[in-house]
Design a protein around this ligand. Sequence first.
Ligand code: PHE
Length: 440
Amino acid sequence: MGWLNSDITAVGRRMYSNKAGEATADKLSVLGAAYPTDGWTNTTPVILQKTGRGLLHQPSHPLAILKELIFQQFPDFAYYDSLNPVVTTQQNFDSLGFSEDHPGRAKSDTYYINGDTLLRTHTSAHQLQLLKAGSSGDNVLLAQARNGHVAPANERFLVAADVYRRDEIDASHYPVFHQMEGVCTFARSEVNEQLRQTGKTGQTVEFSDSNPLQIEHTAAEASYLVEDMKRTMNNMVAAILARADGGQDGFPVRWIDASFPFTSPSWEMEVLFRGEWLEICGCGITRQSMMRNAGVPQRIGWAFGFGLERLAMLLFGVPDIRLFWSHDPRFAAQFSPGNISTFKPFSRHPPCTKDVSFWVSHAAPFHENDLMDLLRVTAGDLIEGTQLIDSFTHPASGRTSHCYRITYCSMDRNVTNEEINAIQDQVRAAMVAQLGVTLR
Ligand code: PHE
């Protein structure tokens, strides 16, 4: 559906406070600001706390190390890494051309603060605002740029940030992860001048009906952008992977046609790394309507959005995404800024599984992500994963029953069976109270 993955400013510094987020009946407080709640509010206290962890600002954290390594590959871009995760539905969806009924907007997929405000689901939420910052004179925003002296900070920039999505629980999914956005724009006149000088006045890349050239671009302009984007991304990925794989030169890359509301044509980039095709990011040629809305119609450009976790797990040999959130000092102590080193697992504690079977209520539809959030609130990171092991609908009554297997396992401490039993009792009680299910 079109989704993929220091200096400290005021916002960044606030992210260190323990009390990042707090919920009262009619207000949610996130990073020091209070927001009214309404029928859309579904952000839980567990998630609010994550807004204050600031993993990208801990210099020895693998995600921060990877962030800095990527920044270094773009010496003439401005970098933003402290933008507030609370954005408007306008920023996250409308400004990018998401349709009113796009599935990404569903409450089951997104953490809403209220009907107008949410925790960003991707770093693209900042694209329009940043592209516009020059023409709208938003100097407060531009002043947050690191490396901002090398370029007008709204013309070529990277945004690294935490993003939030309601999702299943397993070793590679977590409701918070990190993305790196890259946006590069050019003066249209300069591109055309270069095309004339180099005699490249025709089309050099392929477009298709399902992944079309925009009618507002000439084939030569779009070809120029696509070539520049692919070259830039190839270089970045090769440079990062080479650091991990002992200087290997070049990594096979493939470009899969994709579709995003704010780019055309669009691709997903995949890289062959240690025998596996790794989906690295989404990218494409920025829709000219975005450039117009940003007040820079005379510019054209490209964009990519890159998930940091999957790559960091591979590069640093981290087997479970929850480890990035571990408070265990044995985790962070293993890494140092500027180095990609391999994680040495500390002893894994034995997992413990519990099954829960229940009838779904006739009155309230059952959404799996609601169960996942309930589990996160009740058991936090003790949950390693869940599995739907049985489902059936009774032929006579028409009622549906599900059985989920919950695997509990701590990343960093010993958990007793009694503790897990007590948590499982809380889970069962919360399921009845909040999901309206009938336990079997
Ligand atoms: N924001 C998109 C996602 O999260 C990725 C993307 C970014 C695609 C920029 C194109 C350009 O999936």
